[in-house]
Structures are given as C-alpha cells and as structure tokens.
Design a protein around this ligand. Structure first.
Ligand code: AKB
Length: 315
C-alpha cells in the first residue's frame, strides 16, 4: 500500500484530496501536513503533522519517519495573493517546492504538484491552448508555475524522481473555499447565489476562463499518479479542463436552478488583468491520450450539484 504525505492539506485542494486518499488508500497511509492545525476532521481523522514547507530539514525528517513513498506538494500562494506580495510568493512557492522535491529525491518517492492555467501569459494562443506552447506569464504566480514545471522536469531527468503534475484551471467546490485566487469568483458566485440570491462579480462579462469541478480534479490527480509512467510523454504538467466559461454564463446556469438570482459587476482591475492574461480554453488532448483524463461534470451538471450541496450544508 502507498504511504502518502500531503503538504498544504488544509487548503482548497488538500482538504478534499486528503479525505479521498484516506478513503482510497487507508487512513493510516495518508499523512496530512499544514502550517497550522484547525478543528476540521482532517487533523484528527488520520495522521496529521504541523509542517512549514520552508523548513526542508523537518520536512525530510517527517516524511522519513512516516516512510512516505509519495509526496503531494500543494502548499502555495494563489495568483492574486502572490501578485500583492511577489517576494514572499517567490520564497514560499519556489522554496517549498524545492524542499519537497529534495525530500522526494532523498526517499525515492513519487511526486505530484499542481501547475495552473497561470503558467500561460498574454502571448500564449488563447483558444485551444496547446500542451506545448509559449509560456511567458506576466504574474509572479505564473513565473513560479513555469519555473516549478521546469524544476520538476529537472528532478525527473537529473535524479529519476517520478514527478507528475497538472495545469489546473479554476477549481470549484462546496467544501473548502479557495483564498487569494483570480478564479475564486467562480466559487463565491454559488455561495452567494444560495445565501443572498445575488452576486457582484469582480471579473467582467465576456472573460472566458477554464474551470473544473473538484470531484474531477481529485479523480485526475489519482488517475495521473496511478498511470503507467512509461506512457507519459508530458509529466510536468498536463493541460486539464472541463469547461470554458464567462461569468454571465455561470449566472445563466444558476438562474436555471434559482430563477430569481441576480448578477452585478464591479471589476477589480488587478484580478481582471490577471484573468485577461490567461487562456480562454485549454486543449487537454495530451492528458486524454496519455492517461485517460475524463472529466464528468460540465457547467450544467456542476451547477445542479453545487447548489444542491450548498443547500444541504445550510450555509
Ligand atoms: C488562481 O486563480 O490563482 C488559481 C489558479 C487558476 O491557479 N485558482
């Protein structure tokens, strides 16, 4: 059985991935780590360790003690936060990644870390963005993601570490809200639609971005990690997407479920500029061909499920 260590386990992806991995591989085989502890079940329902990813020595000790053979490195700042504090973002996003890769190298562990649509920039083809294309992002987050993809490739070629990664689009979920991302509006819109019947979007009409529902994101991580490495031509990182949507299209999908829902716009210049520098629609052919990427949720199915789950949660 695999022995997995997750960093950033209390974040948006981590908090759901930890639960899914514990269900799949056994609670005792999944060590959740984060810089702090909170009162959610993740901290008590299986092994948990407070860990600052900037402390590489402790990271290696913790992973060694747990006998980890798989490292899933999720701890990072998202795009808008990174843009407001670029030096800290560089130190945390790159320093944490380097420590996690060194840990994987020392232990001979398999390695996963997410990249993002943020790894592309204004000179990248916007529609049907190819797997291999121009990557000249104009944000600190994007610079970190491109450097991270290259660094993970380097650890594979130089040291044989089995590194794998996905370029995630905006991820939408009803469990843990994201924080500090450009695509956070796509989560907030559902919460506020259910709670208040209205939402003011900081991203403008007509701005298309790729999105994916969290269950598809979790399934993609597990599929990629389980895939036959010999068949992977692109390791770090695969384009993945389930839909390309503009805010007004999300509003229309919500209005089918909640007819009184009203959408307003008050554009935030920073996040709008970031969104405009990213692709409209990725091409995920390489992920489909090399390891069977197969998202289940389109905008309509996701909207129905999100609204149902948020109503059940009584937010
Ligand atoms: C963000 O908006 O920063 C993230 C991402 C697309 O990487 N959700």
């Amino acid at each position: 059985m695999k022995r997995m260590m997750i960093t950033g386990a209390l974040g948006q992806i981590g908090s759901e991935l930890t639960v899914k991995l514990r269900e799949t591989y056994g609670k005792e085989n999944v060590l959740a780590t984060d810089i702090k502890m909170d009162d959610r079940e993740i901290s008590t329902d299986g092994p948990f360790q407070i860990l600052d990813v900037m402390d590489g020595k402790t990271m290696l000790e913790v992973a060694k003690k747990f006998r980890a053979d798989t490292i899933l490195h999720l701890a990072a700042l998202l795009s808008a936060t990174a843009e407001n504090n670029p030096v800290f973002a560089w130190n945390l996003n790159m320093g944490g990644l380097l420590n996690a890769l060194e840990t994987a190298k020392e232990l001979g562990a398999q390695f996963f870390t997410p990249s993002s649509i943020g790894a592309f920039g204004p000179s990248t083809p916007k529609d049907g963005t190819p797997q291999d294309t121009i990557q000249r992002p104009t944000t600190m987050y994007g610079v970190n993601k491109v450097a991270g993809e290259l660094l993970a490739d380097y650890y594979f070629h130089r040291y044989g570490v089995d590194t794998r990664g996905l370029r995630f689009p905006g991820l939408i979920s009803y469990q843990t809200p994201p924080g500090g991302g450009t695509t956070d509006y796509a989560v907030e819109i559902y919460y506020e639609a259910v709670k208040y019947g209205t939402y003011t979007s900081y991203i403008d009409k007509g701005t298309y971005l790729d999105m994916m529902y969290m269950p598809d994101a979790l399934d993609s991580i597990i599929r990629l990690m389980e895939a036959d490495g010999g068949k992977l031509k692109h390791r770090n990182a695969f384009n993945v997407t389930a839909m390309s949507v503009a805010p007004e299209e999300m509003a229309s999908a919500i209005q089918k479920e909640l007819p009184d829902f009203k959408m307003h716009y008050q554009v935030d210049p920073l996040r709008q500029q970031i969104a405009e520098s990213w692709p409209n629609r990725l091409d995920a052919t390489a992920a489909k061909e090399e390891w069977g990427f197969n998202p289940k949720f389109n905008l309509e199915a996701m909207t129905k499920d999100m609204i149902m789950k948020l109503k059940q949660k009584r937010i």
